[in-house]
Design a protein around this ligand. Structure first.
Ligand code: FMN
Length: 422
């Protein structure tokens, strides 16, 4: 039996899967249905002064037949009356005492923060999430990412929230910054109990080439929105990992951004997330995806011998290092399994046009050949190959001792000779 119960900054839930603050967590009825499907927690759609939304407000990126690999929105915070939201938080908490209800908040003045925090806690919130991340609409009013991009303001408002709150406070960070670390440290300085990241990435999802209007369309005009969904996962993973490996940063992390299944969730946890949040994939496929996520996570843990989440949270962090620490003397080359090769020659084209021109067709043979004296082990052929396991990257024993760039510069350690450049 494995235990998948989670604790992120003192917020406990039966599993690490939380709905992110967004349309799937907009009302009590929705969140109760989500809990029935198995979600362990939910971050309530951000509460503030209820706003008027535009129509339309979403857009998707399709690529080679795959729909919505990236998603965009220009929706703002809640447009529902605060009284309804607080009543539904109370009712939901009463009905689901073991599930985590985190209330996302975004207001302006200190007095408003104090008032909203009191109301959220009175309603039964297990935790608060300060929305310092929304990159459209609210930032123009001095909230959302306008706060998240200014470490001093982030730390100051966080300290107010921590002062007024009797439950853990998570700070939701914006990815619209050059380096996430100072912003995580600002939340820590303000006394936060944890951080959540990422919120959405400032973006234009596309332009209608007939009407000349960017999307999504609002009566002939548009504006920038927030990018999310599967396409943003690599950016989110990087930001989570960057904070997790920062020695001065000690807060728990709730990982968000492009999580579509249990594997994605495990990747975030291996890079240091104690819980994970999902928005877009639920919008596209519904609450029931969590059933597979729970089963997949449980099976994964059993297969690896992990009894509890802490056995593997952060396990990939020591392996995420700066470029200067990588072994420059490590060498690999591509090997093509001729029995598996279907002769499509996608690897030949990719290597010729996009890499190092070292895979060559062989007359009379289905499989091309790799010229190992020229192969730099870049991986492109393996990435484009449509047959699983057909191309592998194999280590070359070149006799050179491990030497990073930092070692080379500091100690003059020798580097292996470079392969011929074309
Ligand atoms: C339509 C929409 C509305 C959102 N509204 C909020 C919000 O009110 N508060 C908030 O903190 N984040 C909001 N987000 C951001 C999500 O909570 C999440 O951080 C982001 O979408 C990345 O996760 P994903 O890739 O799983 O969608 C919204 C996202 C979408 C797509």
């Amino acid at each position: 039996m494995v235990d998948i119960s989670a604790n992120c900054g003192g917020i406990r839930s039966p599993n690490p899967f939380w709905l992110a603050s967004a349309p799937p967590a907009n009302s009590g009825g929705q969140i109760q249905r989500a809990f029935d499907h198995g979600w362990g927690g939910a971050v309530w759609k951000t509460l503030g002064q209820p706003i008027q939304n535009v129509s339309s407000r979403f857009g998707g990126v399709d690529y080679r037949g795959l729909k919505n690999i990236g998603f965009n929105n220009i929706e703002l915070i809640t447009d529902r009356p605060l009284e309804s939201n607080f009543r539904e938080i109370y009712e939901t908490k009463l009905k689901y005492p073991k599930h985590a209800i985190i209330v996302s908040l975004m207001v302006e003045t200190r007095a408003e923060w104090q008032d909203m925090i009191k109301r959220a806690i009175d309603a039964g919130a297990d935790g608060l999430e300060l929305n310092f991340g929304c990159p459209h609409g609210m930032c123009e009013r001095g909230m959302g990412s306008a706060v998240g991009q200014e470490p001093k303001v982030n730390a100051e408002i966080t300290s107010w929230a921590v002062e007024y709150s009797t439950v853990p406070v998570l700070v939701k960070l914006t990815p619209n910054v050059a380096n996430i670390v100072p912003h995580g440290l600002a939340a820590q300085k303000g006394g936060a109990h944890g951080v959540s990241l990422i919120n959405t990435i400032k973006s234009i999802i596309g332009v209608d080439i007939d009407t000349f209007v960017p999307q999504p369309l609002v009566d002939g005009r548009s504006t920038n929105g927030g990018y999310c969904g599967a396409a943003v996962r690599p950016i989110a993973l990087h930001m989570v990992g960057a904070l997790a490996r920062e020695p001065e940063f000690r807060l728990p992390i709730s990982g968000i951004g492009g999580i579509t299944n249990w594997r994605d969730a495990v990747e975030f946890m291996l890079l240091g997330s104690s819980s994970v949040q999902v928005c877009t994939e639920v919008m596209l496929r519904g609450y029931r995806i969590v059933e597979d996520m729970i089963e997949g996570l449980t099976d994964y843990m059993a297969s690896k011998g992990f009894d509890k989440l802490d056995d593997f949270i952060g396990k990939a962090v020591p392996n995420f290092t700066e470029w200067g620490e990588l072994d420059l003397n490590f060498e690999s080359v591509a090997k093509i399994d001729a029995d598996k090769c279907i002769g499509c020659h996608l690897c030949v084209v990719a290597c010729d046009d996009g890499a190092h021109q070292c895979i060559h067709p062989v007359a009379g043979a289905r499989a091309p050949a790799v010229d190992e004296s020229e192969c730099v082990g870049c991986n492109l052929c393996q990435i484009v190959c449509p047959v699983p396991g057909c191309i592998s990257m194999e280590k070359v024993d070149n006799g050179f001792a491990r030497t990073s760039w930092n070692d080379h510069v500091a100690q003059g350690k020798p580097l292996r000779p470079k392969k011929a450049a074309h």
